[in-house]
Every structure is written in structure tokens, then in C-alpha cells.
Write a protein that binds this ligand. Structure first.
Ligand code: BG6
Length: 478
């Protein structure tokens, strides 16, 4: 088996980390505009919005809004077959509950899609990538309120109608499972807990509303264009047992339940036994309305997309803590870490792909993977990011093994942050992922000039050889 000639090689970004122009052309404030990670603080109360005197790198980000033509030309130069991006809901419906959409917002994405199609680059579009109009938090309490389903489905229908002849691949919620993984689901669902609120119940209820919204989005999408391919998007926090103690195996399996909880509903169309086990394990309760089961059954996805950055370990013994942006687990002594403490585990990607494919037997799509690093312009004016090339070489070789040796059906690969952008976890630009360097820093200095890193040329060669330069796979011989 070989990587198919239709394999979708490309890059991935998200509107709130890349576009900038956070209040231009009628856009409303989104939850991502008022809080970032790191030094930009943590929202604790509903009124704790934009902080006076604090510079938010994401407000201008790396300005795709004004540089989209230049950036897309660079994607084309690398030979991208696809580009994963998201639509900012607050560009289309500035308040989320507006009667009519914002034409200027719709026009912007028309222009972006036209530019991509001009080069034969297929857009892969996420509807909800860690943002929602802030007004929906203030007025309705965000995703804990069932009314959010109606607003989200209305938004989906508007963009499906508008772009039905330009976009074929859609994703509903980015890393939908992270709502149960993170302690504070602000990015995921706009949730700030009230006093005396049962946090587990709030999360399960918000998760249910998102699952119903996702299923209805699939159902409506198919009516608008039966050729749409609509996928779910799971963060895949691959977990190994730290020891061979049987109890560690049980803990490890339990850790993955938060992921399969969403996979099962979005792919199998119902809350399965493991979902119920998980709900019971946290004493959680939520309300289902009549008709919800039918919606979940009819709104299953066409493919599974995933993000994979690292693996972690689990044990009932004390573990050294591993940091990540959402998933946090135990440190594995056999693996190296990046400057941000993320474990580097290429073989884990092969394991992850096999696990998901064995479980669901649906085509997979890696829509996020990559390495955040500090890049430096050297004296020769270039960026020699051989660490990124090595990271990608190892991960993509493991991916190739999963396809060519294990027979996993994989549609494509989009490297996260193909142009430098603002980190979701730390709120910084200095954590760079891109093939394309952007001259901009965390204090607001820089010209926004784009530069090709060494990895840019490597990825170009990789795509033109359709992965052949990765060499042969690592056959398992015992
Ligand atoms: C994923 C998110 O979890 O990880 C992205 O979908 C994010 O939005 C990416 O940027 C990398 O994380 P970070 O914290 O390094 O930006």
C-alpha cells in the first residue's frame, strides 16, 4: 500500500489565532479576544473582560486578514493540496443572536476561498475553533444553555448555503472532547462556573448541547449539499500505562474514556456503555430532550479528524507532571520534551491512528500536529529550523507506516500553524509552529513580513514526492 495520490497534504490554522482584525468589518468580540493563556491572565468572573493596559497579541495576531493573498500564494508554492482554517462565528454573527448575518464577514471568507481555489487548494473548514461571540456568554450563559444549539445551527446553515459550491470538507467542533479534559472550559464552551454550581453537570450538559448541535449541523449540511464531507475533530491524548500493574491498565483505559465519549456519540450515533460508565464515574447528570437520541443517530459524521501532539502516562503511583495546553498527564522517562515541556513521541502517532481506526473503521484525517519552538533569524537572514524538520520527519514516517504497513485509511495531514500564529495555550507569538516566519513579536513590534524557513523547502519537497522522501517504514519484526 502507498500513500494515495489524492492525499490531502497541507497546513492548519484557526481564525482567532491567525486573522487578527479582531474588531474590523463588523466583527463582534469573541471569547478568544478577551482571554488568552499565559500572562494574559485568567477570567474568573463574567465581567473580567479585556484588561486595561494589557497588550493582546491575538488582536492583530499575524494578520492573515490583510495578508491572506500573500500567505495563500506561499501555501501554493509549497504545493498544498488543502488548507484547514476556521471561520470566526463572530465575523458572521457579531453577537451570535443577530437576525441577519454580517455581509462583510461573509465576503471575507468568499475572498479567501476564491483565492485558495484559484490555486487548486481545497479548503477544510472548522466551524467552531475555540471561539464564540462573547455576547452569547453574557446573555445566555454560553453552552450550558440549550438555546446555543439554535444559534449554532443557524450560523452553520448560513455558511453552508453561502459556500456550498466552494467548500466540501467541514469540521464541526475543534477538539470537542477537550471540554471534559480541561478543568475550566472557557475556550471550549465559554463556561465560567457560578457559585455552588456542580461543575461536572455543567460540563456534561454543555457537551450534550454541542453534540446535538454537531449532529444537527451534519443533518442540515447534507440537505444543503449531499456531497459535503463533514467530520468530527478529536484531541487524541494517547495514554500509556506507566507500569505493567493491571490497575494501571484500567486507569489508562479510563483516561481515554473522555475521548471515546465524544467519538462514540459522533460516530456511532449514541451514548454507548463507556459514555454511561464515564458519567457514573464522575456522578454526572444532564438533561436530554425528547428527540435528541434521534438527532444523534441521524447526525453521524463522514470522517474523523484528530490532533496529535504528544503522549502521556498514567498510574496510581505518583508521576512527574507533564504539561500540555489542554491535556495534562504523567511524564514518560523514555521521551524527550520540547521547550514547552511537550513530549515528543512519533511512534505514538502510529499507535493513535491504529487505535482510532480499529475502533471506528472510518477514514481519518490528521488536522493538527507540529512543534512549537523559538525560531531565530540567523546572520545569513535565514531560519534554520532543523529541529522542526526532524520532528516532522519522524512523525510523518510513523504516519506513513500506519498507512502503508498497518492499512489505516488516512485522508490527509495538515501541519498545525503553517504560518506563525498566536499560541492557544500561552497567548504568545514566540511559540512558533510555522513553515512561514512572520516578523511580529509579543510586544507588538515587527513588520508582518513573511520569510520562508528551512522547513518550508523541506515540506515542499515532501509534498512533491508524495511522502516518498520519508523512506521505507519501520517494520515490526517480532
Ligand atoms: C490544539 C488547538 O490544542 O493545539 C490549537 O486546537 C492550538 O488551537 C494547538 O494552537 C497548539 O497548542 P498551543 O498551546 O501551542 O497553541
Amino acid at each position: 500500500m502507498k500513500i494515495s495520490k489524492d492525499f490531502l497534504w497541507g497546513g492548519a490554522t484557526a481564525a482567532n489565532q491567525y486573522e487578527g482584525a479582531y474588531l474590523e468589518a463588523g466583527k463582534g468580540l469573541s471569547i478568544a479576544d478577551v482571554e488568552r493563556g499565559g500572562k494574559h491572565g485568567t477570567i474568573r468572573t463574567i465581567d473580567d473582560y479585556v484588561k486595561e493596559g494589557v497588550f493582546y497579541p491575538s488582536h492583530e495576531a499575524t494578520d492573515f486578514y490583510h495578508y491572506y493573498k500573500e500567505d495563500i500564494a506561499l501555501f501554493a508554492e509549497m504545493g498544498f493540496k488543502c488548507y484547514r482554517m476556521s471561520i470566526a462565528w463572530s465575523r458572521i454573527f457579531p453577537n451570535g443572536d443577530d437576525e441577519v448575518p454580517n455581509e462583510e464577514g461573509l465576503k471575507f471568507y468568499d475572498d479567501v476561498f476564491d483565492e485558495l481555489l484559484k490555486y487548486g487548494i481545497e479548503p477544510v473548514v472548522t466551524l467552531h475553533h475555540y471561539e464564540m461571540p462573547l455576547n452569547l456568554v453574557k446573555k445566555y450563559g454560553a453552552w450550558r444553555n440549550r438555546r446555543l444549539i439554535d444559534f449554532a445551527v443557524k450560523y452553520a446553515k448560513v455558511v453552508f448555503e453561502r459556500y456550498k459550491n466552494k467548500v466540501k470538507y467541514w469540521l464541526t467542533f475543534n477538539e470537542i472532547n477537550s471540554i471534559l479534559i480541561t478543568p475550566r472550559p472557557w475556550h471550549q464552551a465559554g463556561i465560567i462556573y457560578g457559585e455552588n454550581e456542580n461543575e461536572n453537570n455543567v460540563k456534561l450538559q454543555a457537551a450534550h448541547h454541542q453534540l446535538v448541535a454537531s449532529a444537527l449541523t451534519v443533518i442540515e449540511g447534507r440537505k444543503i449539499n449531499p456531497n459535503f464531507k463533514i467530520g468530527c475533530m478529536l484531541l487524541y491524548p494517547l495514554t500509556y500505562a506507566y507500569t505493567c500493574k493491571p490497575y494501571d491498565q484500567v486507569l489508562t483505559r479510563n483516561k481515554m474514556l473522555k475521548t471515546y465519549y465524544f467519538g462514540d456519540v459522533q460516530i456511532r450515533g449514541k451514548y454507548t456503555n463507556i459514555c454511561k460508565t464515564f458519567q457514573e464515574s464522575i456522578d454526572g447528570e444532564f438533561t436530554m430532550e425528547p428527540g435528541d437520541e434521534e438527532i444523534l443517530k441521524n447526525g453521524t459524521v463522514d470522517f474523523i479528524s484528530l490532533s496529535y501532539y504528544f503522549s502521556q502516562v498514567e498510574s496510581d503511583e505518583p508521576l512527574m507532571e507533564l504539561v500540555g495546553n489542554v491535556a495534562k498527564g504523567g511524564r514518560n522517562p523514555y521521551l524527550n520534551i520540547t521547550k514547552w515541556g511537550w513530549q515528543i513521541d512519533p511512534i505514538g502517532l502510529r499507535v493513535a491512528l491504529n487505535n482510532l481506526y480499529d475502533r471506528y473503521q472510518l477514514p481519518l484525517f490528521i488536522v493538527e500536529n507540529g512543534m512549537g519552538a523559538i525560531d531565530k533569524i540567523e546572520d545569513d537572514g535565514k531560519i534554520h529550523d532543523e529541529y522542526r524538520i526532524n520532528y516532522l520527519k519522524e512523525h510523518l514516517s510513523a504516519m506513513k507506516d500506519a498507512i502503508e504497513i498497518d492499512g489505516v485509511d488516512l485522508m490527509g495531514y495538515t501541519m498545525w500553524g503553517c504560518t506563525d500564529l498566536v499560541s492557544a495555550g500561552s497567548g504568545e507569538i514566540k511559540k512558533r509552529y510555522g513553515f512561514i516566519y512572520v516578523d511580529r513579536d509579543d510586544e507588538g513590534n515587527g513588520t508582518f513580513k513573511r520569510l520562508r524557513k528551512d522547513s518550508f523547502y523541506w515540506y515542499t519537497e515532501l509534498i512533491s514526492s508524495n511522502g516518498e522522501i520519508l523512506g521505507s517504514g519501520a517494520k515490526i519484526t517480532r
